[in-house]
Write a protein that binds this ligand. Structure first.
Ligand SMILES: NC(=O)c1ccc[n+]([C@@H]2O[C@H](COP(=O)([O-])OP(=O)(O)OC[C@H]3O[C@@H](n4cnc5c(N)ncnc54)[C@H](OP(=O)(O)O)[C@@H]3O)[C@@H](O)[C@H]2O)c1
Length: 283
Protein backbone atom coordinates (compact mmCIF):
# COMPACT_ATOMS: atom_id res chain seq x y z
CA UNK A 1 0.00 0.00 0.00
CA UNK A 2 1.45 3.39 -1.03
CA UNK A 3 2.29 5.89 1.73
CA UNK A 4 -0.26 8.17 -0.01
CA UNK A 5 0.08 11.86 -0.69
CA UNK A 6 3.77 12.71 -0.20
CA UNK A 7 3.14 16.35 0.79
CA UNK A 8 4.50 16.98 4.30
CA UNK A 9 5.82 13.41 4.67
CA UNK A 10 9.43 12.72 5.64
CA UNK A 11 12.11 10.79 3.70
CA UNK A 12 15.45 9.59 5.06
CA UNK A 13 18.14 9.14 2.38
CA UNK A 14 21.66 7.82 2.88
CA UNK A 15 24.28 8.86 0.34
CA UNK A 16 22.42 12.17 0.06
CA UNK A 17 25.59 14.16 -0.60
CA UNK A 18 25.83 13.37 -4.32
CA UNK A 19 24.55 11.46 -7.34
CA UNK A 20 21.38 9.41 -7.10
CA UNK A 21 20.80 10.27 -3.42
CA UNK A 22 20.99 14.03 -4.00
CA UNK A 23 18.81 13.84 -7.15
CA UNK A 24 16.22 11.76 -5.28
CA UNK A 25 16.24 14.23 -2.39
CA UNK A 26 15.45 17.08 -4.81
CA UNK A 27 12.75 15.05 -6.58
CA UNK A 28 11.08 14.21 -3.24
CA UNK A 29 11.32 17.84 -2.11
CA UNK A 30 9.52 18.78 -5.34
CA UNK A 31 6.76 16.37 -4.21
CA UNK A 32 6.49 18.34 -0.94
CA UNK A 33 8.49 15.99 1.28
CA UNK A 34 10.87 17.01 4.07
CA UNK A 35 14.27 15.31 4.10
CA UNK A 36 16.87 13.77 6.34
CA UNK A 37 20.11 13.40 4.39
CA UNK A 38 23.05 11.32 5.57
CA UNK A 39 26.60 10.94 4.27
CA UNK A 40 30.19 11.49 5.45
CA UNK A 41 31.03 14.76 3.61
CA UNK A 42 29.47 17.62 5.60
CA UNK A 43 30.20 20.30 2.97
CA UNK A 44 28.48 18.32 0.24
CA UNK A 45 25.50 17.58 2.47
CA UNK A 46 25.19 21.29 3.28
CA UNK A 47 25.16 22.20 -0.43
CA UNK A 48 22.40 19.68 -1.20
CA UNK A 49 20.44 20.81 1.87
CA UNK A 50 20.65 24.46 0.75
CA UNK A 51 19.23 23.58 -2.67
CA UNK A 52 16.31 21.81 -0.97
CA UNK A 53 15.62 24.65 1.47
CA UNK A 54 15.50 26.94 -1.58
CA UNK A 55 12.59 24.75 -2.74
CA UNK A 56 10.76 25.58 0.48
CA UNK A 57 11.22 22.24 2.26
CA UNK A 58 12.81 21.40 5.61
CA UNK A 59 16.04 19.37 5.74
CA UNK A 60 18.11 17.78 8.49
CA UNK A 61 21.64 16.64 7.63
CA UNK A 62 23.45 13.88 9.48
CA UNK A 63 27.19 13.46 8.97
CA UNK A 64 27.65 9.74 9.43
CA UNK A 65 29.46 6.67 8.11
CA UNK A 66 26.62 4.21 7.49
CA UNK A 67 28.92 1.31 8.42
CA UNK A 68 29.68 2.73 11.89
CA UNK A 69 28.19 0.85 14.85
CA UNK A 70 24.58 1.91 15.56
CA UNK A 71 24.54 4.29 12.55
CA UNK A 72 21.01 3.27 11.50
CA UNK A 73 19.47 4.01 14.89
CA UNK A 74 21.39 7.29 15.19
CA UNK A 75 20.02 8.35 11.81
CA UNK A 76 16.42 7.32 12.56
CA UNK A 77 16.66 9.03 15.98
CA UNK A 78 17.75 12.22 14.18
CA UNK A 79 14.73 11.97 11.84
CA UNK A 80 12.31 11.47 14.74
CA UNK A 81 13.91 14.29 16.74
CA UNK A 82 13.70 16.73 13.81
CA UNK A 83 10.31 15.78 12.36
CA UNK A 84 8.68 13.36 14.83
CA UNK A 85 8.36 10.75 12.07
CA UNK A 86 9.67 9.21 8.87
CA UNK A 87 7.62 7.69 6.06
CA UNK A 88 10.18 6.75 3.41
CA UNK A 89 13.70 5.41 3.89
CA UNK A 90 16.06 5.10 0.91
CA UNK A 91 19.21 3.13 1.82
CA UNK A 92 21.24 4.40 -1.11
CA UNK A 93 24.82 4.91 0.18
CA UNK A 94 27.22 2.60 -1.58
CA UNK A 95 30.30 2.39 -3.74
CA UNK A 96 31.87 0.33 -6.48
CA UNK A 97 35.16 -1.41 -7.08
CA UNK A 98 36.66 -2.71 -10.33
CA UNK A 99 39.18 -5.35 -9.34
CA UNK A 100 39.97 -8.97 -10.07
CA UNK A 101 38.92 -10.90 -7.00
CA UNK A 102 42.29 -12.66 -6.60
CA UNK A 103 43.88 -9.18 -6.31
CA UNK A 104 41.33 -7.91 -3.76
CA UNK A 105 42.28 -8.01 -0.07
CA UNK A 106 39.63 -9.75 2.02
CA UNK A 107 39.30 -6.61 4.15
CA UNK A 108 38.17 -4.65 1.05
CA UNK A 109 35.56 -7.28 0.24
CA UNK A 110 34.29 -7.23 3.83
CA UNK A 111 34.16 -3.41 3.90
CA UNK A 112 32.16 -3.35 0.69
CA UNK A 113 29.65 -5.78 2.18
CA UNK A 114 29.51 -3.69 5.37
CA UNK A 115 28.60 -0.50 3.47
CA UNK A 116 26.57 -1.80 0.52
CA UNK A 117 24.78 -4.74 2.12
CA UNK A 118 24.87 -4.83 5.94
CA UNK A 119 24.37 -1.08 6.47
CA UNK A 120 21.45 -0.84 4.02
CA UNK A 121 19.84 -4.01 5.38
CA UNK A 122 20.24 -2.78 8.96
CA UNK A 123 18.75 0.62 8.12
CA UNK A 124 15.57 -0.73 6.57
CA UNK A 125 15.29 -3.39 9.31
CA UNK A 126 15.51 -0.81 12.12
CA UNK A 127 13.09 1.44 10.19
CA UNK A 128 10.63 -1.45 9.78
CA UNK A 129 10.78 -2.25 13.51
CA UNK A 130 10.00 1.38 14.40
CA UNK A 131 7.13 1.59 11.90
CA UNK A 132 5.63 -1.66 13.20
CA UNK A 133 5.93 -0.51 16.84
CA UNK A 134 4.23 2.80 15.97
CA UNK A 135 1.62 1.03 13.78
CA UNK A 136 2.54 3.29 10.84
CA UNK A 137 2.76 2.69 7.10
CA UNK A 138 6.02 3.33 5.28
CA UNK A 139 8.04 2.62 2.15
CA UNK A 140 11.59 1.26 2.46
CA UNK A 141 13.93 1.13 -0.53
CA UNK A 142 17.51 0.06 -1.19
CA UNK A 143 19.66 1.17 -4.10
CA UNK A 144 20.79 -2.09 -5.67
CA UNK A 145 21.87 -2.17 -9.35
CA UNK A 146 21.23 -3.86 -12.68
CA UNK A 147 24.34 -5.86 -11.67
CA UNK A 148 22.16 -7.56 -9.03
CA UNK A 149 21.01 -9.87 -11.83
CA UNK A 150 24.22 -10.54 -13.75
CA UNK A 151 27.85 -9.60 -13.33
CA UNK A 152 30.86 -8.48 -15.29
CA UNK A 153 34.45 -9.56 -14.66
CA UNK A 154 36.25 -7.30 -12.14
CA UNK A 155 32.83 -6.39 -10.66
CA UNK A 156 32.23 -9.69 -8.83
CA UNK A 157 32.39 -8.24 -5.30
CA UNK A 158 30.20 -5.26 -6.17
CA UNK A 159 27.63 -7.39 -8.01
CA UNK A 160 27.54 -9.83 -5.06
CA UNK A 161 26.63 -6.99 -2.66
CA UNK A 162 23.95 -5.71 -5.07
CA UNK A 163 22.46 -9.19 -5.62
CA UNK A 164 22.35 -9.69 -1.84
CA UNK A 165 20.46 -6.39 -1.47
CA UNK A 166 17.97 -7.38 -4.16
CA UNK A 167 17.30 -10.76 -2.54
CA UNK A 168 16.84 -9.21 0.90
CA UNK A 169 14.38 -6.60 -0.40
CA UNK A 170 12.38 -9.21 -2.26
CA UNK A 171 11.98 -11.37 0.88
CA UNK A 172 11.30 -8.44 3.21
CA UNK A 173 8.64 -7.09 0.85
CA UNK A 174 6.34 -10.02 1.66
CA UNK A 175 7.37 -10.25 5.32
CA UNK A 176 6.40 -6.61 5.88
CA UNK A 177 3.34 -6.46 3.59
CA UNK A 178 0.92 -7.45 6.41
CA UNK A 179 2.17 -4.41 8.36
CA UNK A 180 1.37 -1.99 5.51
CA UNK A 181 5.07 -1.47 4.83
CA UNK A 182 6.33 -1.46 1.23
CA UNK A 183 9.84 -2.63 0.30
CA UNK A 184 11.42 -2.01 -3.11
CA UNK A 185 14.86 -2.44 -4.63
CA UNK A 186 16.17 0.07 -7.18
CA UNK A 187 18.22 -1.22 -10.15
CA UNK A 188 19.88 1.67 -12.01
CA UNK A 189 21.93 1.17 -15.16
CA UNK A 190 25.03 3.32 -15.86
CA UNK A 191 24.30 6.65 -14.17
CA UNK A 192 26.39 9.82 -14.43
CA UNK A 193 27.51 10.38 -10.81
CA UNK A 194 30.78 10.32 -8.86
CA UNK A 195 30.44 6.52 -8.69
CA UNK A 196 32.94 5.61 -11.45
CA UNK A 197 35.54 8.15 -10.35
CA UNK A 198 35.34 6.83 -6.78
CA UNK A 199 35.41 3.25 -8.00
CA UNK A 200 38.47 3.87 -10.20
CA UNK A 201 40.30 5.55 -7.32
CA UNK A 202 39.53 2.66 -4.94
CA UNK A 203 40.66 0.14 -7.54
CA UNK A 204 44.04 1.75 -8.22
CA UNK A 205 42.96 2.89 -11.71
CA UNK A 206 43.49 6.31 -13.25
CA UNK A 207 40.63 8.59 -12.22
CA UNK A 208 40.97 10.67 -15.40
CA UNK A 209 37.85 10.77 -17.60
CA UNK A 210 36.20 7.96 -15.60
CA UNK A 211 32.95 9.81 -14.94
CA UNK A 212 31.22 7.11 -16.96
CA UNK A 213 33.04 4.11 -18.41
CA UNK A 214 34.01 4.85 -22.00
CA UNK A 215 32.89 1.33 -22.97
CA UNK A 216 29.31 1.78 -21.68
CA UNK A 217 26.81 1.88 -24.56
CA UNK A 218 25.74 5.54 -24.76
CA UNK A 219 22.00 4.73 -24.90
CA UNK A 220 22.28 3.03 -21.45
CA UNK A 221 23.86 6.08 -19.82
CA UNK A 222 21.40 8.14 -17.80
CA UNK A 223 21.41 11.16 -15.46
CA UNK A 224 20.65 10.52 -11.76
CA UNK A 225 17.41 12.50 -12.17
CA UNK A 226 16.04 9.62 -14.23
CA UNK A 227 16.51 7.23 -11.31
CA UNK A 228 14.97 9.82 -8.96
CA UNK A 229 11.89 10.12 -11.18
CA UNK A 230 11.44 6.33 -11.23
CA UNK A 231 11.67 6.27 -7.42
CA UNK A 232 8.96 8.95 -7.13
CA UNK A 233 6.75 6.85 -9.44
CA UNK A 234 7.37 3.81 -7.23
CA UNK A 235 6.32 5.73 -4.11
CA UNK A 236 3.03 6.64 -5.80
CA UNK A 237 2.56 3.16 -7.26
CA UNK A 238 4.65 0.68 -5.25
CA UNK A 239 6.37 -2.17 -6.98
CA UNK A 240 8.96 -4.77 -6.05
CA UNK A 241 11.74 -3.50 -8.32
CA UNK A 242 12.48 -0.09 -9.83
CA UNK A 243 14.19 -0.25 -13.25
CA UNK A 244 15.08 2.63 -15.53
CA UNK A 245 15.90 0.58 -18.63
CA UNK A 246 13.50 -2.02 -19.98
CA UNK A 247 16.20 -3.22 -22.42
CA UNK A 248 18.67 -3.99 -19.61
CA UNK A 249 15.92 -5.56 -17.50
CA UNK A 250 15.02 -7.92 -20.33
CA UNK A 251 18.71 -8.58 -21.05
CA UNK A 252 19.21 -9.48 -17.36
CA UNK A 253 16.45 -12.10 -17.63
CA UNK A 254 17.95 -13.46 -20.82
CA UNK A 255 21.48 -13.66 -19.33
CA UNK A 256 20.07 -15.48 -16.27
CA UNK A 257 18.44 -18.05 -18.51
CA UNK A 258 21.35 -18.39 -20.97
CA UNK A 259 24.59 -17.19 -19.28
CA UNK A 260 26.77 -18.73 -22.00
CA UNK A 261 25.44 -16.22 -24.55
CA UNK A 262 27.06 -13.44 -22.47
CA UNK A 263 30.50 -15.10 -22.29
CA UNK A 264 31.93 -13.19 -25.28
CA UNK A 265 30.98 -9.81 -23.76
CA UNK A 266 32.49 -10.92 -20.42
CA UNK A 267 35.78 -11.91 -22.09
CA UNK A 268 35.99 -8.54 -23.88
CA UNK A 269 35.26 -6.72 -20.61
CA UNK A 270 37.87 -8.80 -18.75
CA UNK A 271 40.51 -7.91 -21.39
CA UNK A 272 39.60 -4.20 -21.16
CA UNK A 273 39.83 -4.18 -17.34
CA UNK A 274 43.10 -6.17 -17.40
CA UNK A 275 44.64 -3.59 -19.74
CA UNK A 276 43.36 -0.67 -17.64
CA UNK A 277 45.03 -2.19 -14.55
CA UNK A 278 48.26 -2.83 -16.46
CA UNK A 279 48.29 0.81 -17.72
CA UNK A 280 47.69 2.07 -14.18
CA UNK A 281 50.65 -0.02 -12.94
CA UNK A 282 52.76 1.49 -15.73
CA UNK A 283 53.27 -1.80 -17.63
N1 LIG B 1 26.22 5.33 -10.84
C1 LIG B 1 25.83 4.16 -11.33
O1 LIG B 1 26.05 3.85 -12.51
C2 LIG B 1 25.09 3.18 -10.44
C3 LIG B 1 24.46 2.08 -11.06
C4 LIG B 1 23.79 1.17 -10.26
C5 LIG B 1 23.70 1.36 -8.90
N2 LIG B 1 24.31 2.43 -8.31
C6 LIG B 1 24.19 2.58 -6.85
O2 LIG B 1 23.66 3.86 -6.57
C7 LIG B 1 24.01 4.22 -5.23
C8 LIG B 1 24.43 5.67 -5.21
O3 LIG B 1 25.60 5.82 -5.98
P1 LIG B 1 25.83 7.04 -7.00
O4 LIG B 1 25.87 6.50 -8.37
O5 LIG B 1 24.92 8.15 -6.69
O6 LIG B 1 27.35 7.40 -6.63
P2 LIG B 1 28.00 8.62 -5.80
O7 LIG B 1 27.70 9.90 -6.48
O8 LIG B 1 29.41 8.22 -5.58
O9 LIG B 1 27.19 8.58 -4.42
C9 LIG B 1 27.47 7.66 -3.40
C10 LIG B 1 26.91 8.22 -2.12
O10 LIG B 1 27.11 7.26 -1.07
C11 LIG B 1 27.71 7.92 0.03
N3 LIG B 1 28.51 6.97 0.79
C12 LIG B 1 29.43 6.09 0.31
N4 LIG B 1 29.99 5.41 1.33
C13 LIG B 1 29.40 5.86 2.48
C14 LIG B 1 29.54 5.55 3.85
N5 LIG B 1 30.42 4.61 4.29
N6 LIG B 1 28.78 6.20 4.76
C15 LIG B 1 27.90 7.16 4.35
N7 LIG B 1 27.71 7.49 3.06
C16 LIG B 1 28.46 6.85 2.13
C17 LIG B 1 28.52 9.06 -0.57
O11 LIG B 1 28.65 10.12 0.36
P3 LIG B 1 29.98 10.54 1.13
O12 LIG B 1 31.14 10.22 0.26
O13 LIG B 1 29.79 12.01 1.38
O14 LIG B 1 29.94 9.74 2.40
C18 LIG B 1 27.60 9.49 -1.70
O15 LIG B 1 26.62 10.40 -1.23
C19 LIG B 1 25.09 3.23 -4.79
O16 LIG B 1 24.53 2.30 -3.89
C20 LIG B 1 25.51 2.56 -6.08
O17 LIG B 1 25.94 1.24 -5.86
C21 LIG B 1 25.00 3.35 -9.07
Amino acid sequence: MAVGNLQGKVAVITGGSSGIGAATARALAAEGMDLVLAARRADRLTAVAQSIRAMGRRVETVEIDVAAPNASNALLDAAERAFGRFDVVFANAGYGMERAHHDTPESDLRHMFEVNFFASTDLITQAAKRLIAADRKGHLLMCSSCLAKFTLPYYGAYAATKAAQGMMCRAMRFELEPHGIEVSSVHPVTTVTEFFEQSAARSGLHASDRKVPDHAPKFFVQPPERVAKAIVRCLHRPRSEVWTSLAVRLAAGFITAFPGLFDGACRREAARSRMAHQRAKGH
